[in-house]
Design a protein around this ligand. Sequence first.
Ligand SMILES: Cc1cc2nc3c(=O)[nH]c(=O)nc-3n(C[C@H](O)[C@H](O)[C@H](O)COP(=O)(O)OP(=O)(O)OC[C@H]3O[C@@H](n4cnc5c(N)ncnc54)[C@H](O)[C@@H]3O)c2cc1C
Length: 426
Amino acid sequence: MTGTSGYEVLVIGGGPAGASAAALLAEQGHRVLVLERERFPRYHVGESLLPFTYQPLARLGLIEKMRRSPFVKKYSVQFVAPSGRASQPFYFHTRYDRETVAQTWQVLRSEFDLMLLNHARQRGVEVREETEVLEFLREGERVVGVRARTRGGEDREYRARMTLDCSGRESFAAVRNGWRVKDPRLNKVAVWTYYEGAKRDEGIDAGATTVAFIPEKGWFWYIPLHGDRVSVGVVAEGKYLSRGGVKAPEAIFQRELGENLWIKEHLAAGRQVGPHYLTSEYSYHVRHCGSEGLLLVGDAFCFLDPVFSSGLMLALKSGVMAADAVHEGLVAGDLAPERFAGYAATLRQGIENMRKLVYAFYNSNFSFRTLTDKYPELAGDITDCLSGDVNKDFTRLWAAIGEFAEVPEALPYGGPLSGRALAVEV
Ligand SMILES: Cc1cc2nc3c(=O)[nH]c(=O)nc-3n(C[C@H](O)[C@H](O)[C@H](O)COP(=O)(O)OP(=O)(O)OC[C@H]3O[C@@H](n4cnc5c(N)ncnc54)[C@H](O)[C@@H]3O)c2cc1C
């Protein structure tokens, strides 16, 4: 087996979390290697950005590129009842600066992720695609690199001072370390596909995300993409979607279309393209953000139900935060796990805030309308959280929501596992 060393940072996975962390670390002069299993461009679900993705994209220097890109501009979100009646769209410019946060994008992930990975390359990151990480290399409890299989089937060892796990929902490290914990409540199933030529709303609403309700607190997403494509999926409890013994994704999808008239009508003019996809029981947390020589970023750290499209914002934000924390550790010559406690706490705070809102969304006693009818002064807080400004103090909001729905306690997860604690836990 051959080996390569001399890297400061090794990144497992070249998705948004990995590419953003890698780019910023290379910008600081560190030698960074990304190992990515696929060859980009590759397919990925998760196409709708939140307004507060602006900050990490700005930090990466990518706003101008996004503005020049063909990605559909998203100015608003709307909610639609099963009858087809749409709420007044919520326009981001009613609260945010028109030049920055008030407009975001709907992205085709194959193109968006390739843009991010190429940006990392341009910043000096070495990227090896079609290279699958198989296991960690350890010295004692410290992660010192990985063993990976190259495109040609050769096993190689790569060593670095720090390894970032950005492997997405595979959560490479958490699965192997037994750190992955299911969310107690958020166990939904999603079935989705794509349409061409489906109906779009007019003008500024053409790029809106639509969340369209079906019974049992299920919902459709409708995300207009460029190239006349629409991403459309349905999310609900598994037992609801598979009622009557229906199991095939296509059959589930076609049946649920009839449950929301807006979705049915918008898709009627279009043509379904490509496969129907299915994923199940997908919200999870991890016990630790990392240990000696290891840090988890993006979906590898946590995955939340996609109802409020928080995944990419959290992946990019955590990529930026991880890069800053690792850079500081490299400069200080100290990469002890404890250094990453602040990273984990900030990330968990944001996740917990979003999670509280997701729990409320699925509670049958709750609706945004009833809440704002009673507490109109809280509309701004709701908007901020929904837009991805998640590291704010929302105490008043949670107290008010608590009158209608269960507000979950913060989960006691995410802190780093220090060398000493690791020895005890093992
Ligand atoms: C049904 C659904 C709908 C969603 N909708 C939205 C949405 O509308 N908006 C939104 O913001 N988010 C959405 N998301 C979430 C979003 O897709 C993720 O949050 C986002 O992709 C996370 O980025 P990441 O870089 O952490 O992981 P990923 O984008 O998954 O990237 C991880 C990379 O690691 C690579 N990899 C994995 N294992 C290995 C290995 N062993 N060796 C080498 N490489 C490896 C993978 O090939 C992949 O390229 C949705 C998710 C789902 C499931």
